[in-house]
Write a protein that binds this ligand. Structure first.
Ligand code: ZN
Length: 338
């Protein structure tokens, strides 16, 4: 009951990459980089276990970015052909690589990483991957000429990937779909179909993380335009509730998402964000407990997994560590009182 978990990413230690930065360059190359990433992931496993997090992750220590870390392993993408693209409906403008042929997966992208972390913890293990719609919103297309077609092509290779990872002992496969609360119409038209395709035939638990993003400037400006109540999820949750996905995330700490919206997910586990991804303050366990109790008005404790609001990549290492501890301690407070 009230199993704790995290959205996925954790900060990279400063000896591995420049801290508090997205797309930070690695401080190593080749084999030395792999060893350094393994050391960082092993350290985060220990920190999560010590804090009391029930479903742990590798903290995404092996990837430079949550989307491109997977795409680096995929054929059909020209990394030299950079395109300036407004992503998430022009919230950010970034240089992205370009799809120039049919996409395929010559070999598993993350199997070595999963084997490494699976051997180092007996806790339930979650592994995160970018969802098909979010991939399509983070890469330029010179081949498919249709986002739904390209999303289905990526969904098929994601499915091959996650089947291998599940067979290697992953307990929860999570797809990150921050594009889902930006393109709500497309989500209903083809986004959920693509997600269902990506998890087809999986026997482990499956999750989707949708969010209002890291606490960085572009997002804070965007959030200011969303009004007093963030009701984007209202449009897509009924369809998500009928999807094949088992768990859906919702940021509930310092957000303007009305908690009653969880009533639309009555057949799902809800990952309740009970710590925000703010860089300067650690919530107290009592604050975390209050957020969990507020969410329990709409979700039974059996279906409620206390979680972080979003990935913690861009925040200071020590703050992230503090948030892990508070998250687990806050959940324990509620558990003990039930
Ligand atoms: Zn997120």
């Amino acid at each position: 009951m009230l199993e704790t978990t995290i959205a996925g990413s954790l900060p990279k230690p400063d000896w591995l990459a420049e801290p508090e930065k997205l797309w930070a360059a690695w401080r190593f190359e080749g084999e030395a980089l792999k060893r350094a990433q393994e050391r960082a992931a092993a350290e985060w496993l220990k920190h999560q276990e010590a804090a009391g997090i029930d479903i742990v992750t590798d903290g995404e220590q092996f990837r430079i970015h949550f989307v491109h870390g997977f795409l680096e392993h995929i054929s059909g993408i020209d990394w030299e052909k950079k395109t300036m693209m407004g992503i998430r409906d022009n919230r950010y403008t970034v240089q992205v690589p370009t799809v120039t042929g049919p996409v395929s997966r010559p070999r598993s992208a993350h199997l070595d990483e999963v084997r490494f972390i699976r051997a180092r913890t007996t806790r339930k293990l979650k592994f995160t991957l970018p969802g098909p719609m979010t991939i399509c919103d983070t890469i330029a297309d010179d081949y498919y000429q249709s986002r739904p077609d390209m999303a289905m092509a990526f969904a098929a290779i994601l499915n091959d990937e996650v089947r291998e990872l599940a067979a290697a002992g992953v307990d929860v496969i999570q797809f990150d779909e921050p594009a889902f609360n930006v393109f709500m119409h497309d989500v209903k038209e083809w986004g959920i179909d693509a997600l269902n395709r990506a998890v087809e035939g999986l026997s482990c638990q499956t999750a989707v993380h949708i969010c209002y993003g890291y606490g960085i400037e572009e997002n804070l400006r965007w959030k200011d335009t969303l009004g007093d109540e963030w009701r984007q999820y209202q449009e897509i949750f009924p369809a998500l509730n009928t999807s094949r996905i088992d768990q859906v995330s919702l940021e509930c700490a310092e957000s303007r998402v009305p908690l009653s919206i969880m009533g639309l997910l009555k057949d799902k586990v809800v990952m309740v964000g009970a710590v925000a991804v703010t860089p300067d303050r650690v919530e107290t366990p009592e604050e975390v407990a209050a957020t969990i109790r507020a969410a329990m008005q709409y979700v039974d404790p059996e279906r409620l997994y206390p979680c972080t609001n979003c990935g913690m990549t861009p925040i200071p290492y020590k703050i992230a560590l503090g948030k892990l501890n508070s998250l687990a301690a806050g959940a324990a407070l509620v558990r003990n009182s039930l």
